[in-house]
Design a protein around this ligand. Structure first.
Ligand SMILES: [Zn+2]
Ligand SMILES: [Zn+2]
Length: 386
């Protein structure tokens, strides 16, 4: 349901959220967003500010008086290539782009945590607030970790949240083990020889090989015998020859598929099986071929210790512990792979449009709820901040 009127808001983080919402930037191009975040944080006087971290990422560290662990809280800078259909005063000012995943809200939540840390530092250790670039394409967390500046903020604990339409407002949603599936985009390209459509035998069309590969992708789950584990392949695009070229037998084909599974090990098996099968089929048909990876997400695996911290931080709030993982991916898995950590969901309302829906808008009432969760996590890991 699209909101047609603006609901009143209060507080600098909510004002920031609406400003970010009006000016969405796509993965890897978040320079203005990063600049807005820096302008918000400079008056809060963090102890360390790191810019251009793994691209346009920014991080702010707030240190306690006593030594102790580093707790990193992460949000995302990027928007998505979706045209917003809401007609609110703060709706996207950029055609074809919007904050339809609510990353504007996640940034506002960390801005609110920053306001609290500016008033009271943690008693020990330090808190790092990471505004990570390029989450949507799976490249940002890896780039941040690979940046030499990351050694200055290397964490012992990592936490992130994602708002979740379809769950009651403010409900905490978490899972032990895999919370979000691993996934990877694969592009299979085949190259033969085009010919006149009247004499296809003089060329070498990749049409038959393409059909075999699409059938193979369809059967991937059965072939790999994955038991009850989530593991499947979705063909997301396919192209053969040129449109309306009725006089030509094609010489080129491409198939694009997203592989998805509950564990990194199964995803790797799916990738290997696809690669070797494409190699075999292409060789049999005398075609040149390539298999490339895109949007590579590891499974986001929550540690037991980090989930226990989240459950304690929730206090009396309703917590749903999921039986199975979410099928979508989250590049926070790169961070839970290097530190004790977990991602949790925070309900955004049962009637709220789904993430990446053109009618989606972040619910501002989640800003204090999300900030209270993160402040609870800081308290659990480092001692009281309020
Ligand atoms: Zn998203
Ligand atoms: Zn998201």
């Amino acid at each position: 349901m699209a909101q047609d009127i603006d609901t009143p808001i209060s507080g600098a983080p909510a004002v920031l959220r609406r400003e970010l919402h009006r000016h969405p930037e796509l993965s890897g191009s978040e320079s203005e967003t990063a600049a807005r975040i820096c302008r918000f944080f400079e008056p809060l006087q963090p102890d360390v500010i790191i810019r251009e971290l793994g691209g346009h990422g920014v991080a702010f560290a707030f240190s306690g008086a006593e030594p102790g662990p580093t707790v990193l809280l992460r949000c995302e800078l990027d928007a998505v290539p979706i045209r917003e259909m809401n007609r609110v005063a703060h709706c996207s000012a950029v055609d074809g782009r919007s904050h339809a995943c609510g990353h504007d809200g996640h940034m506002a939540i960390l801005a609110s945590v920053g306001e609290s840390l500016a008033v009271v530092r943690p008693p020990r250790g330090r808190v790092v607030l990471l505004f990570q670039p390029a989450e949507e394409n799976g490249g940002g967390a890896r780039a941040v970790i690979g940046d030499a500046q990351f050694s200055e903020i290397r964490p012992d604990f990592v936490f992130a949240l994602h708002n979740l339409p379809g769950f009651p407002v403010g409900q905490v949603v978490v899972r032990y083990g895999t919370m979000c599936c691993a996934s990877r985009g694969m592009v299979v390209s085949l190259e033969g020889t085009p010919a006149h459509a009247a004499q296809p035998e003089t060329g070498n069309s990749p049409a038959r090989a393409m059909c075999r590969i699409m059938k193979l992708i369809d059967d991937l789950r059965t072939r790999l015998k994955v038991g009850n584990e989530i593991a499947f392949a979705t063909i997301v695009g396919a192209h053969l020859g040129a449109d309306d070229a009725f006089g030509t037998a094609p010489g080129e084909a491409r198939v694009m598929v997203t592989l998805r599974s509950e564990t990194d090990a199964t995803l790797n098996r799916m990738v290997e099986h696809l690669e070797t099968s494409v190699h075999r089929i292409a060789a049999r048909h005398g075609l040149r071929h390539g298999v490339a990876s895109r949007d590579d997400f590891m499974a986001t695996v929550n540690s037991r210790k980090a989930v226990a911290v989240i459950r304690r931080a929730a206090g009396g709030r309703s917590v749903e512990v999921l039986e199975g993982p979410f099928r979508w991916s989250e590049d926070f898995g790169r961070l839970t792979a290097i530190a004790e950590g977990a991602v949790f969901g925070i309900g955004a309302g049962e009637g709220t449009p789904a993430l990446h829906n053109p009618a989606y808008d972040f619910q501002d009432e989640l800003i204090p709820l999300g900030a209270a969760m993160f402040e609870g996590i800081i308290r659990e890991c480092l001692g009281g901040i309020r």
